[in-house]
Each structure stands twice: as structure tokens, then as C-alpha cells.
Design a protein around this ligand. Structure first.
Ligand code: GDP
Ligand code: MG
Length: 171
């Protein structure tokens, strides 16, 4: 027997942490150093095989991180089944912004939303400002999945989306 389900996923996080690059790596398996910043939001889809009989299709809303688009975010997360909240491991302030998004999601989004925290730019280890253990403890406390990723190298990107897919309710 085969199982198939589709879910809405929203990406949130400060501008320039790599949200669009993560989606691009996941959907196209490529990386573009000079990605233009997102205006409003972009929509993409991609499927993952959770196991040999289970396929999950993600309908992805990649939001713009800029403050001027902040009021639009509820339109994208209101009906979302899952969210990836992204920060940049080389920018400590971006984790604070990610925590604020998590709080907002936990208050305003679907009660059953699956949230993953992604510490992106793992390839820039020498510029790291956020310890893995600090982010992991926060994620555990807040009940989030947690991955450190690199959209540039591709490290852990498929693991991130597959990890979310495994947490989603599939009949
Ligand atoms: P967004 O505003 O959150 O969507 O961020 P973008 O995806 O537009 O990326 C912002 C900048 O960070 C771009 O110059 C990207 O090339 C760069 N970037 C994104 N992900 C990574 C990564 O994993 N490693 C490195 N070194 N740079 C990245
Ligand atoms: Mg973007």
C-alpha cells in the first residue's frame, strides 16, 4: 500500500539567514551565491519519500524576512501544517529573532503545527556565534525539531525536510 499526503510549510526568519537558499537547495538541489532577496513571498513545491510507501508533498511558502512584510506573515502561517524557523549560526541576533517567530507561531498558528528550528550557514564554522548546544537546549525546551544546515553545501537540508515529514500526521 502507498500513502500520499500534502502539507503546507512556511519559512520564517530574519532577512538574509538563508530561507530562500534552503528552499532552493531542497527543491532544485543547487545554490546561488547572488540570490535576489524575496519580495512578499514565493511559492514552491517538493516531495520527499519518508519511507518506501510514503510520499509527502510540501507546498512551501518562502516569506520575506524584512520588517515591512512582517504584517503579512500570518497569512502564510495561519493554515500551515509545519514551519521552518531559520537563523544564521554566524549572527547571534538572528536566533533572538527566530525565538520571537516561534513564540508567535505557538500563540497564533495551528495548535498542531510542527516547528523546526534551522541554524543555517553551517559551512561558515569559523564565524560561528551560536553554539550548537545552546540552540539545541532552546529547541528541546520549546519542543522544536532542530537541525544545523548549510544551503551552500547541502548538509542536513534533506534531513531537515524529511525530519518534518516524519512528524506529520499521515493516515
Ligand atoms: P533569505 O533572505 O533568508 O531568503 O536569505 P537568502 O537565501 O536570500 O540568502 C542570503 C545570503 O546568504 C545570500 O548571499 C546567500 O548566498 C547566503 N547564504 C544562504 N545560505 C547560505 C549558507 O548555507 N552558507 C553560506 N555561506 N551562505 C549562505
Ligand atoms: Mg528570501
Amino acid at each position: 500500500s502507498t500513502r500520499y499526503a500534502q502539507f503546507k510549510l512556511v519559512l520564517l526568519g530574519e532577512s538574509a539567514v538563508g530561507k530562500s537558499s534552503l528552499v532552493h537547495r531542497f527543491v532544485k538541489d543547487s545554490f546561488d551565491e547572488y540570490r535576489e532577496s524575496t519580495i512578499g513571498a514565493a511559492f514552491l513545491t517538493q516531495t520527499v519519500n519518508v519511507d518506501e510507501n510514503t510520499t509527502v508533498k510540501f507546498e512551501i511558502w518562502d516569506t520575506a524576512g524584512q520588517e515591512r512584510y512582517k504584517s503579512l506573515a500570518p497569512m502564510y502561517y495561519r493554515n500551515a501544517n509545519c514551519a521552518v524557523v531559520v537563523y544564521d549560526i554566524t549572527q547571534a541576533a538572528s536566533l533572538d529573532r527566530a525565538k520571537a517567530w516561534v513564540k508567535e507561531l505557538q500563540r497564533q498558528a495551528n495548535e498542531s503545527i510542527v516547528i523546526a528550528l534551522a541554524g543555517n550557514k553551517l559551512d561558515l564554522e569559523s564565524d560561528r556565534e551560536v553554539d550548537t548546544s545552546v540552540a539545541q537546549s532552546y529547541a528541546d525546551e520549546a519542543g522544536l525539531l532542530f537541525y544545523e544546515t548549510s544551503a551552500k553545501s547541502g548538509e542536513n537540508v534533506l534531513e531537515l525536510f524529511t525530519g518534518i515529514a516524519k512528524k506529520l500526521p499521515i493516515d
